[in-house]
Ligand binder design. Structure first.
Ligand SMILES: NC(=O)c1ccc[n+]([C@@H]2O[C@H](COP(=O)([O-])OP(=O)(O)OC[C@H]3O[C@@H](n4cnc5c(N)ncnc54)[C@H](O)[C@@H]3O)[C@@H](O)[C@H]2O)c1
Length: 336
């Protein structure tokens, strides 16, 4: 177990040793620590070595010259110059917030980025500024389009955030695959089975073997519906922004032949554009849902994001558990 503040300092030190500026190292470390605190270990420390390997091999640019092109007061297009994804996304969401505060709506497309971790982390920034937000990112091939047995779409998360009039924001943040790929990677490492119905092996047969699933395909959420949503995210994040798309985003763990060129799209909206009393209305809306009769065994009907906020509150001041293999990675990255 390690103190979160001490761990953050260590990660900043590692990123700076790999050439990141103070500011970029701080942004990337904060995102990684946040993932650990909310229990998304598949998007936290377990990826640190991968980011460092990519910086060493120059497929993440440690000194990016990020360009923000203003298309209108509301719309910006960012070329992240192959920066670490956390930095591109941080600049992108901040720009989307500025644009929406000025005009009521902000749209930011980002190309030449990389894996940015949890979409909800960026959505929360916009919701804290009292905005509704949608975040999209594409990702390397994992999911077979409906009817295919070849992977092409990423697990392409869709994230929607809204203020709720309480301190806990509504953050729906979900992969469009049955489960996120990180969970399959962890199961493959630890020799655990994955649930039935989430993946096929390379021959197109259902499998619960994580290693076979990684070589095969993941199944989209809800069949053709999830496949359509994955495609939509690829169009918004990849086709529209000028990033890679259509199965061309490189896998950050396995493909060092060049930068990933991931694309992101952020949309921010003032909640009171059409009605003056949004706060009152959202309060009523949530109250009605939560007041419904519950299924046996369910104590409370939760809205998306509530569970994550509970984990954050529970863990934020606790020490962070680091598994042995990751401890070894950290020690060798500090020593290298
Ligand atoms: N950057 C990338 O390439 C990439 C790719 C895929 C996923 N991700 C990230 O991985 C993270 C995990 O994704 P996931 O698909 O495993 O999410 P998940 O299945 O853990 O949760 C999906 C959503 O369901 C909500 N939820 C969970 N239990 C609930 C309940 N009982 N009642 C109401 N709502 C509930 C959660 O709050 C969340 O909004 C996300 O933050 C996502 O952005 C990133």
């Amino acid at each position: 177990m390690v103190d979160g503040k001490k761990l953050k300092k260590q990660i900043i030190h590692i990123f700076k040793k790999h050439g990141l500026s103070n500011k970029h190292a701080d942004i990337a470390s904060s995102a990684i620590i946040n993932a650990e605190i909310v229990g998304a270990h598949t998007h936290g420390l377990s990826r640190l070595k991968m980011y460092c390997d990519r910086i060493k091999k120059k497929v993440i640019n440690s000194k990016p010259k990020i360009k923000i092109k203003k298309i209108s007061q509301s719309i910006s297009h960012i070329d992240a110059n192959n920066s670490i994804g956390f930095v591109a996304a941080d600049i992108g969401i901040k720009q989307a917030i500025i644009n929406a505060k000025k005009t009521g709506i902000g749209l930011v497309g980002i190309k030449n980025s990389g894996h940015y971790g949890l979409s909800g982390y960026y959505a929360e920034q916009a919701v804290k500024k009292n905005l509704i937000v949608l975040c999209f990112t594409n990702a390397p091939p994992a999911v077979a389009p409906h009817g295919s047995r070849k992977k092409l779409f990423g697990t392409n998360p869709i994230c929607f955030g809204s203020p709720t009039s309480s301190k806990t924001p509504f953050i729906l943040d979900t992969s469009v695959s049955e489960i996120n790929r990180g969970k399959i990677r962890v199961a493959a490492k630890t020799g655990k089975k994955i649930p039935a119905g989430v993946a096929l092996d390379k021959f197109g047969k259902p499998t619960t073997d994580a290693k076979k699933a990684l070589l095969g395909v993941q199944l989209p959420l809800g069949g053709f519906r999830g496949s359509g949503l994955a495609w939509m995210v690829d169009i918004l994040s990849g086709v529209m922004t000028g990033a890679n798309h259509g199965g061309k985003v490189k896998d950050p763990f396995d493909d060092f032949s060049g930068p990933q060129n991931v694309g992101h799209m952020f949309l921010t909206i003032k909640p009171n554009l059409f009605v003056g009393n949004f706060n009152e209305k959202i309060k009523q809306n949530i109250k009605r849902v939560k007041g419904l009769p519950k299924i046996k065994g369910v104590k409370e009907i939760l809205y998306p994001g509530q569970n994550k906020q509970k984990r954050f509150k529970k863990n934020v001041n606790k020490k962070i558990y680091i598994p042995e293999n990751i401890k070894n990675d950290l020690e060798s990255l500090i020593a290298s």
